[in-house]
Design a protein around this ligand. Structure first.
Ligand SMILES: [Fe+2]
Ligand SMILES: [Fe+2]
Length: 174
């Protein structure tokens, strides 16, 4: 590195930095979620698609829907801090409020079940007063929390493929 030249860096900078392949990589990670139900009534991919579809039915914008589809994408590699991984993937592409919503969604979801596991369901209170608290609370209450329903007419991942492919390309071009 310390022997590199400006010409070499210009050549490297002109190469594809991988963003063109990003949508397909994201789709690959999402497909991995359908192997994991971990005792829940639906697998993680079905849960993610339900979450997004409920948000879509409510007329949420594209960035919100992308967040909804991806919010649990970290479950494969980071089961203990999955929200951090999803938030890191999304951060360059979505509004600050949506990034925070994804990063903190776990503690808001915890309100609905942590007490059954000996935890503190009110842990989200530590975030009270944050400007995006209500955004995250609403995301979980309306979309994330109810989306473990095996009777829900869940769209296939293909339903969100055009959005996922166009969203990241458009953001890269802007
Ligand atoms: Fe989650
Ligand atoms: Fe979730």
């Amino acid at each position: 590195m310390d022997e590199s030249t400006a010409e070499e860096w210009a050549r490297i900078a002109a190469q594809d930095d991988g963003l063109g392949a990003l949508p397909e990589r994201i789709l690959e990670q999402l497909r991995l979620l359908d192997t994991d139900s971990s005792g829940f009534a639906v697998d993680r991919l079905t849960h993610s698609l339900q979450t997004a579809h409920r948000a879509e039915t409510d007329g949420r914008d594209d960035a919100y829907l992308v967040c909804a589809v991806l919010h649990d994408i970290g479950d494969v590699l980071c089961p203990r801090n999955h929200a951090d991984l999803a938030a890191a993937v999304l951060e360059p592409w979505v509004p600050e409020a949506y990034h925070w919503m994804v990063r903190e969604h776990d503690v808001f979801q915890g309100y609905y079940f942590w007490h059954h596991l000996g935890g503190d369901r009110h842990a989200r209170e530590a975030l009270k007063g944050h400007p995006y608290y209500d955004v995250a609370e609403e995301f979980v209450r309306r979309y994330d929390m109810p989306s473990f329903d095996p009777g829900y007419r869940t769209p296939p991942l293909e339903h969100y493929e055009p959005l996922l492919r166009s969203f990241f390309v458009a953001k890269d071009a802007s």
